[in-house]
Write a protein that binds this ligand. Structure first.
Ligand code: SF4
Length: 360
């Protein structure tokens, strides 16, 4: 190439998984906080991160939400919101004892698992919860069900269970597990217990299953997978694991600033997906970061379209939404509207250099 002539920019193909990002439970939870702020005025108190995403949490903080881990941190009389992950009965009772005005953003699909578990226990069965210790959804489910509930996280845990094989048992699962891992654990339970009932993998919610299928499909077309989501987001971690199990180097990143250039330096085609609590603006942020490395061409895989919406609590169903309109149901374009109403993070990211570290 003659001296002074510019090197042509590298061509990068980006393929987006479909579906990706926000699920109906997350849209509903965020909308509950937004509408509560609008109706009651700031501050409103949210117990635990409303969903596991720092960008979402920071944006709601900027609008006047205050996030706490314990109800004892909520002042008397303050509007209090339970996160999408659900809470134990003790938390509900504590709020009632203090007469806190509560809005419950627990995802209806999590509540369904609570109710299913209660029904099994009422039938006299020992309940086995398949899930990850310490996750707020698991803490909430354990604390919602009176009676014997045993947590298992792996097939090894099933082998170690101290429950006689002729005991009537039932199982329920966390909503955001890996479909494949959970099938293995359920098979191990069915080998040990003959009097066993459960929903198979149907407790793993539609959004988790759809996003996992989509990342499996994505893995057939790409050299690297970037999963946009928070480190503490269970469903996002599962997406990264599924990509890695398919033999594709897969990385979980919060946004474009966490992308390491060497992960993608030899990749012709880069796949991107996002966990159920990650807004589309963060996917766009990652694409913008890739644009600093070359000419990016973006396409989206054909995939399942989702049309599920969950009703808001009655108190908020007719309040004005953040676009100044009376609304009675969730808006499925929320993640895009969020771009306009939240911090201008995506634009700011363009000035942040890409890290060179290889750490995930
Ligand atoms: S991932 Fe599933 S269970 Fe969790 S909030 Fe979304 S829809 Fe509800």
């Amino acid at each position: 190439m003659p001296a002074g002539e510019k090197q042509p920019r590298r061509a990068i193909k980006v393929i987006l998984a479909q579906p990706r990002g926000f699920c109906a439970g997350v849209v509903r939870a965020i909308e509950i906080v937004e509408r509560a702020l609008e109706k009651y005025g700031p501050p409103v108190y949210v117990r635990h991160e409303i969903v596991h995403n720092k960008f979402v949490v920071d944006s709601l903080k900027a609008k006047g939400a205050i996030f706490v881990e314990e109800l004892s941190e909520v002042p008397q009389g303050a509007v209090t919101i339970f996160s999408a992950h659900g809470v134990a009965k003790s938390v509900v009772n504590e709020a009632a004892g203090r007469q806190l005005p509560v809005l419950d953003a627990t995802c209806p699909l999590v509540t369904k698992v609570h109710n299913q578990g209660k029904r099994y226990v009422a039938q006299g069965r020992v309940l086995i919860l398949v899930g990850h210790a310490g996750h707020p959804e698991v803490e909430g489910t354990l604390g919602q069900i009176d009676g014997p509930v045993v947590l298992v996280q792996s097939e090894q845990d099933v082998e170690a269970l101290d429950i006689p094989p002729d005991t009537p048992v039932a199982y329920v699962t966390q909503t955001t597990l890996s479909v494949d891992d959970t099938r293995g654990i359920i098979a191990a339970l069915e080998r040990r217990y003959h009097n066993i009932v459960g929903p198979e993998i149907r407790d793993i919610c539609y959004a988790t299953q759809n996003r996992q299928s989509a990342v499996r499909e994505l893995s057939h077309h790409v050299d690297v997978i970037l999963v946009v989501g928070a480190k503490n987001s269970s469903n996002s971690n599962r997406l990264r694991e599924i990509g890695a199990e398919a033999g594709i180097p897969s990385y979980l990143i919060a946004d474009g600033s966490e992308l390491a250039a060497e992960w993608v330096k030899d990749a012709e085609t880069i796949g991107i997906t996002a966990g159920a609590s990650a807004p589309e603006v963060l996917v766009e942020d990652v694409i913008n970061t890739l644009r600093t490395l070359g000419e990016v061409e973006v396409s989206t895989l054909p995939g399942r379209q989702e049309h599920i919406e969950f009703r808001l609590p009655r108190e908020l169903a007719t309040s004005r939404n953040s676009w100044g309109e009376n609304a009675t149901r969730s808006c499925s374009c929320w993640s895009r509207c969020f771009v306009a109403t939240s911090l201008a993070l995506a634009a700011a990211r363009l000035t942040i250099p890409i890290r060179s570290s290889t750490a995930v």
